[in-house]
Design a protein around this ligand. Sequence first.
Ligand SMILES: N[C@@H](CCC(=O)N[C@@H](CS)C(=O)NCC(=O)O)C(=O)O
Length: 201
Amino acid sequence: MLLIGVNRSPYTRRVAITLEVYGLPYEQRDLSGFGNRADVRAANPLGRIPALVLDNGETLVDSAAIIDHLDEIVGPDRALTPTAGADRRAVLRLAALMMGACDKGLHAAYERNHHPPEKVHEPWIDDCMAQMRNALAAVETMVEPGQDYLLLGRLTQADVTAFIAERLARGLMINTASEMPRLHAHCRKLLQQEAFRSTEP
Ligand SMILES: N[C@@H](CCC(=O)N[C@@H](CS)C(=O)NCC(=O)O)C(=O)O
């Protein structure tokens, strides 16, 4: 399999961590949505990373759809998202909060980076960042000190998505160590695991 995207992208890193946890062999092409527009658009008509090219030539796009396929490959016992019931709903809810937090953080970054300064609308940036902070603060209340994982007593997509959202938040100058100290500590602990450490950009 070929993963297209840079691990600076939270969505790409989420896929890379999942591939590592599952021990699936893959190569990676470090392309960015803005820096390598033509190449990314050739792989994904939407022009976004990540994309995953399967060994049969098929290309999957969007981290959720890619991970859905990886879950199917490893099967229900190893999948980081449970297949049914309350456990699945809990993991999907937390993952949706964290992926949404990434979306909001990136909307704020795009507003600043992709508009001329006189067209940047600061209230929109503030609102996006407030939404990102609120979602992270909600997950902060779910971190039980002393527990290795957020949910179900094992590694799930809840941990993976919380990890990539916290990483992005720090990149966007949210001081997670002081604002969300439990989540910050949880992510530092996850970083000791090979799948998280080896995918650090
Ligand atoms: N929902 C998508 C979001 C992907 C996404 O927005 N990727 C960004 C990089 S972090 C990108 O390629 N942006 C370029 C663009 O939107 O033109 C996913 O989960 O994969």
